[in-house]
Design a protein around this ligand. Structure first.
Ligand code: ADP
Length: 377
């Protein structure tokens, strides 16, 4: 009988697990939030992931439950564990990807380098942090943020007054996270795969380029990375994977600071945009690796196929005609560049696909990837 994986969430990450699942003979099933989601082709159920009964019913016939996103509430995750379902990553690990304040305090305990931070419960406390940090800081909502939503650079505490008001209305209450405004040279990401048995493999550290808080490009491996920098990033990633008991794929977003430190920004415990290059640039893609890891199968090699891989996101997409209409010209523009689409309606700023180029000369690889992506702009 095939191994059966249940993925909660029908977005593009679930969609991109489907092809490797088919190759490995894994029966993949998706609990989608609605009809017509990215991963609809594998959606065996449509329902609310916040409802324990829905999730328990979905989990009945699978060997392991994993995720397309980290929003499944802790009580639902605990109900799965109590029902004897294997859940990877498990709730104890996932809590650190669900709440940035919980993550910051645990990473502090583990001695992992991160920006100065504090939990603040009102405008006065936030102003105190600003006063201690040259009058500028980054304030974040601990839960539910993505693509820069829930992140604000501020110079007056009043600029976060609306968020304090929203938190006060939230039954769960709680504080905001404030961080020093890190002066960074660039952003990096380190991915680690870890199995329930404890096997662990690192991918090369990559450079990520953000525009308006959204990932625009990824270069793998990070250019001009000293061997020591790559080692430091890997050690941080492995320390977190082990320290938090992560199973499956872990992505650690990092800042390389102007004064040569490496600090953790945030975590994702699933395949991540910073690892999409691996579909075409690595022996084992992050999607295949995630399936192997959550099923406790041996991990696949993480070596690169070519010296460089560059991934460029397609954001928003063409206003008219959709991606399909642009596809022939895009594919003709460079036959070596790979196009991946998510089956989503184009909306401004929305990630609807990506392209990946690989090769020997980084300038050429960047040019090719951007040229093909431009066909979909
Ligand atoms: P999200 O959860 O929405 O992805 P992040 O915490 O990753 O939010 O922040 C989004 C972007 O904001 C980061 O990629 C980075 O460019 C910038 N940023 C976040 N925290 C800081 C910080 N402490 N200092 C400077 N820039 C930051």
């Amino acid at each position: 009988m095939s191994l059966r994986v249940g993925v909660i969430g029908g977005g593009q990450l679930a969609r991109m697990m489907i092809a490797p699942a088919v190759e490995l003979g894994i029966d993949i099933r998706v609990l989608a939030e609605g009809e017509g989601m990215s991963a609809a082709i594998a959606a065996s159920a449509v329902g609310d992931y916040r409802d324990a009964d829905t999730v328990l019913a979905f989990a009945r016939d699978v060997d392991v439950i994993t995720f397309d996103h980290e929003h499944v509430p802790q009580p639902v995750l605990r109900a799965l564990i109590e029902a004897g379902v294997a859940v990877h990553p498990g709730p104890d690990a996932l809590q650190y990807a669900q709440d940035k304040l919980v993550m910051r305090s645990r990473l502090a305990e583990l001695g992992i380098p991160q920006p100065d931070w504090a939990a603040v419960s009102d405008v006065a406390q936030l102003q105190g942090f600003l006063d201690d940090h040259n009058g500028r800081a980054v304030v974040k909502t601990p839960r539910g943020g993505y693509d820069g939503k829930g992140v604000r650079v501020i110079s007056h505490a009043e600029e976060a007054a609306d968020w304090f008001a929203t938190l006060a209305e939230d039954a769960r209450g709680g504080d905001l996270l404030v961080e020093e405004l890190v002066s960074f040279r660039r952003e990096l990401a380190q991915q680690i795969a870890r199995t329930p048995s404890g096997e662990m493999l690192a991918y090369p550290v990559v450079e990520t380029v953000q525009r308006d808080g959204v990932c625009a490009e990824v270069i793998a491996p990070a250019p001009h990375a000293a061997a020591r920098l790559a080692e430091v990033a890997r050690e941080i990633g492995e320390g977190i994977a082990e320290g938090l008991g992560v199973t499956g794929m872990l992505a650690v977003e990092l800042f390389e600071t102007d004064d040569d430190r490496v600090l953790v920004n945030e975590l994702a415990m699933r395949p991540h945009n910073s690892g999409h290059w691996s579909q075409d640039g690595s022996i084992t893609s992050q999607f295949e690796q995630h399936l192997r890891a959550v099923l406790d199968l041996p991990l696949g090699a993480t070596a690169t196929r070519q010296p460089w891989a560059v991934m460029v996101n397609i954001l928003g997409g063409p206003a008219e005609g959709g991606l399909a209409q642009r596809m022939p010209a895009a594919l003709a523009a460079h036959t070596g560049v790979k196009v991946h689409t998510y089956g989503k309606d184009p909306r401004p700023g929305r990630k609807v696909g990506h392209v990946t180029a690989t090769g020997v000369d980084l300038d050429d690889v960047c040019y090719d990837a951007r040229a093909v992506a431009a066909h979909f702009a």
